[in-house]
Ligand binder design. Sequence first.
Ligand code: NAD
Length: 351
Amino acid sequence: MAEVEYRCYSEPFLRQFVTDYFLALGESEEYAAINADAVISGALRWYPAQGQGLEKLFRHTRQMLEGGIVPNAPMSFVIDRPATAVLDAARGSGFVAGTRAMRKAIEKARAYGIGCVLVRRSNHYGTSGYYANMAAEAGLIGIAFTNAGPEMAPWGAKTAVLGTNPWGIAVPRRDGPPVVLDMALTMSGQGMIRWAYEEGRQVPITWALTRDGRRTTDPAELLEGATQLPIGDFKGYGLSFMTDAIAGVLSGAKFGLDAYADLKDLGVGHCLLALDIEAYMPRDEFESRLEQLIAQVKAAEPIQPGAEILLPGELELRRMEQRLREGIPVAVSTVERVRALCAEIGFECPL
Ligand SMILES: NC(=O)c1ccc[n+]([C@@H]2O[C@H](COP(=O)([O-])OP(=O)(O)OC[C@H]3O[C@@H](n4cnc5c(N)ncnc54)[C@H](O)[C@@H]3O)[C@@H](O)[C@H]2O)c1
C-alpha cells in the first residue's frame, strides 16, 4: 500500500494563508474571511480524502479564473417574506451564499419561530454541517442541505442523475458543543475512490457501481463512468431525489443532470433552515430532555464490550480538538499542488 505523506500546519497559520489566498483571487475582506472560515472548518474536521479543507482551493480557483465563480458577487434576496426567502447568489462563492442564507434563516427564526431560505445560482458550498452548526452555535436548531452534480444513479439504474446531496442537522446542547450530523447521501464520492486508488487500497463493495452497473472493490474499475451507491439503498436514493426537489427544483437553481454541467455556471441550489427552540418549548426543558436522550444513547450496550457509543459528529469534534492542539495534516501532494496554484496566480506561497 502506498503511504501518503502529510505535513502539519497550525490552524492560525493555515487560516491566514487561505484568507490571503482568497484576497489574491480578488475576493473582498468579508468574502475572503467567510471562504477561509468554511475551508478551515472542513480541514479541521475531515480527512483529506473526503475532499474538504485545502482540497477545496483547486476547483474554486479554476472556477474563479474561468468566470464560474464571480468575486464579490452581488447576491440579493429576490423573495423575502416573513419566514422564508430566496437568495440569488449571482454565481458567487457557495460558502458566502450558504453563510448569508443561514444568517437570514436565523434572523427569521428568531422573529417567527422558523426561517427557511433557499439559494439559487450558487456554487459548491463545502460541508452542510458547517451551516447547520452556525444555527446551533446561535442556540437554534439548524438544517442545511444542497444539491450537487450527478454522481448517483436512480435505484436500479446505472447512469448518474442525482448528487451526493449532503445534509447537516445540528442541535445545541446545554452541556457541550452542538451535536452535528453531517453526511452525504452516498456511501462515498469520486474523490474518495480516486484517493483509495492512489493509496493502492480496495474500496468497500457498498461504495459504487461500475459503468456497466456491477459492484466491485477494485477502485481502478471505478475511475471512469462509475456511479456512487446511495446510503440505505433505495431509501438514500429517495432522500437524494427529495433533496434535489427542494434545493434544486423549488429554489429555482439547476437540478438533476443540469447541476454542475457547466463549470462557468454550476447553478447549485441550497436549503438553509433554522428552528427557534423557544417556539416549541422552554429552552431549559428542551435541553434537559435532549441530555436524557444523549444519556440513553451513550448507555446502550455495545456489541464489543467496552467500546464507546458515539454521537453524530463526535468523531469530527475530537479530530478538530486534536488538530487545534497539534496542527492540521495536509498531504504533501496537496501542498505541492497548492504551491503550483499560487505560482499560477502570482501569489507567494508560505506553505
Ligand atoms: N457540498 C457537497 O457537494 C458535498 C458532497 C458530499 C459531501 N460533502 C461533505 O463532505 C463531508 C463528509 O461527508 P461523509 O458523508 O463522507 O461523512 P462520513 O460518512 O465520514 O460521516 C457522516 C456522519 O456519520 C457520523 N459518524 C461516522 N462514524 C460514526 C460512528 N462510528 N458513530 C456515530 N456516528 C458516526 C459522522 O459524525 C457524520 O456526522 C461532510 O461535511 C459533507 O457535508 C459535501
